[in-house]
Write a protein that binds this ligand. Structure first.
Ligand code: PTJ
Length: 250
């Protein structure tokens, strides 16, 4: 399908990404609702200049460092994340030792299996999610289902493209929550301990690179964690959006 999009199109890569997500919905990997979520993300990405702004890079370095210093790290993966960034998830998991767990809002067992297969095709040997044996307290939808070996006992959880109430519930369990969400105003960004406002493919690739670079440098890991201050970081992101809007007014 993406072969039909001319390479000369000014929005080529964005259109190819959309086609991949549409194909993955037809294959039962991405939820239909995931297409709507992607459109919302694209709008915020546009406002941010479709690049990883310095505030995002700083949060990505802090997030990768926090996963490296975790007692038990977990990376939660849904349909959109698997299609957009499976290989970066593998690299990040390998560099940090975090476990990968499929956790879905629109959960069906068929989707869980397909997403695990997609992740395993990158070379990831263990992916949790098919046999949840614990519940996140306070949630009455399928995202509460999780694995004791994974998200349930992790002290640090990375939640890309999340719905806000699970992020809040995980923080309520005393966990450090790292979110990736292009909407700086979302409940997820507000609830997270470290809120990365960046496109998920870029964000996970940057995090994987930072984790690979920093993994043996405990001083650099500590410095990256200490440098991050959420309120100032999100204020910088809002400033960037404001500046881009003002610049476009001419
Ligand atoms: O695969 P499932 O069943 O778990 O469903 C996944 C979705 C994404 C459908 C589900 O979690 C959902 O409905 O999420 P929301 O509540 O729509 O929130 C998704 C958030 O992710 C929104 O704030 C979007 O702005 C943001 N977002 C969408 N695409 C991207 C993104 N952020 C970063 N990168 C993206 N590519």
């Amino acid at each position: 399908m993406s072969g039909k999009i001319p390479k000369s199109h000014p929005r080529y890569s964005s259109l190819v990404t959309r086609e991949r997500l549409v194909e993955a919905s037809e294959q039962g990997i991405v939820a239909w609702q995931g297409l709507l979520a992607h459109g919302r993300g694209e709008a915020f990405d546009y406002l941010l200049g479709e690049e990883s702004v310095p505030e995002a890079i700083e949060a990505e370095r802090a997030g990768a460092s926090r996963l490296l210093s975790a007692r038990r790290g977990a990376i939660s993966v849904n349909g959109n994340v698997a299609v957009l960034a499976a290989d970066a998830v593998r690299r990040l998991a390998e560099a940090t030792g975090a476990v990968v767990e499929v956790n879905l809002f629109h959960r069906t067992e068929d989707r869980v299996k397909k997403i695990i297969q997609l992740l395993q095709e990158t070379g990831l040997s263990t992916v949790l999610g098919t046999e949840p044996d614990a519940l996140i307290p306070g949630l009455d939808h399928p995202r509460s289902l999780c694995c004791r070996e994974g998200i349930y006992t992790a002290d640090v959880v990375l939640v890309p493209l999340e719905d806000g109430d699970r992020a809040e519930a995980l923080v309520g369990m005393g966990k450090t929550v790292i979110s990736i969400d292009l909407n700086p105003l979302s409940r997820t960004s507000k609830a997270a301990t470290i809120a990365i406002v960046d496109e998920v493919t870029r964000a996970l690739e940057n995090m994987a690179r930072f984790a690979e670079e920093l993994k043996d440098d405990t001083n650099a890991i500590r410095r990256a964690e200490e440098c991050y201050e959420k309120r100032g970081n999100l204020a910088g992101i809002m400033e960037k959006i404001r500046g881009n809007l003002e610049a476009s007014e001419g």
